[in-house]
Design a protein around this ligand. Structure first.
Ligand SMILES: Cc1cc2nc3c(=O)[nH]c(=O)nc-3n(C[C@H](O)[C@H](O)[C@H](O)COP(=O)(O)O)c2cc1C
Length: 168
């Protein structure tokens, strides 16, 4: 597969959509499914909220409770896949990468301060609050188009995005 720079506007649009979605609960991409490896090596997945996006570092943030099963899983194997679906835009995004767990550090403290009171109340204190910072290593984009589905993949082998056209 060869690098196709004409696909790079799709990547820019995908990051734009994710950034908008992180601030908008009505956006379909606000509610991805986070897949990880269970402790027995099998698959596991659950719905989460996309909380923040940093396009410069290609990082997606999700919040969680330190007591959840996914935290134990990610401490053992940080590899994850976030699956997003935007129905009206007929678009699926799959972001594969690695999750860093932040508890009680400046990343977690900043996120905690930004949380509204009703969201903080969901946690038994800041010490139980975790930020999962997922560094995206591969992004798969799929557009369901009645005239022919389109798919593209992006990864970052040398910091610069590499784009390839994929079969749907
Ligand atoms: C709409 C929706 C949003 C959710 N958002 C989150 C979230 O942002 N973080 C989280 O830890 N769990 C969230 N959950 C709960 C998870 O899906 C899951 O049930 C819980 O985190 C325990 O998963 P685990 O045992 O795999 O860690 C959400 C559930 C739903 C239905």
């Amino acid at each position: 597969m060869t690098h196709d720079p004409t696909l790079l506007p799709i990547l820019e649009s995908a990051w734009r959509m994710l950034t908008l979605a992180s601030a908008d609960p009505r956006h379909g991409l606000h509610w991805p499914v986070l897949a990880s490896a269970a402790l027995d090596g099998g698959p596991d997945a659950r719905t989460v909220v996309l909380r923040a996006v940093d396009t410069d570092t290609r990082t997606l943030q999700v919040h969680s409770d330190t007591d959840t099963g996914k935290l134990a899983q990610l401490a053992r194997d940080p590899r994850v896949c976030l699956v997003f679906h935007d129905g009206p835009a007929r678009t699926q995004l799959r972001a594969r990468g690695r999750a860093r767990i932040h508890v009680g550090d400046p990343v977690a403290q900043i996120a905690w301060q930004r949380l509204p009171a009703h969201s903080r109340a969901l946690y038994a204190g800041v010490e139980r609050f975790a930020v999962l910072a997922i560094g995206v290593e591969h992004l798969d984009w799929l557009l369901l188009d009645p005239t022919g589905h389109r798919r593209a993949g992006f990864d970052w082998p040398a910091g610069q995005p590499r784009a390839v056209s994929l079969r749907p």
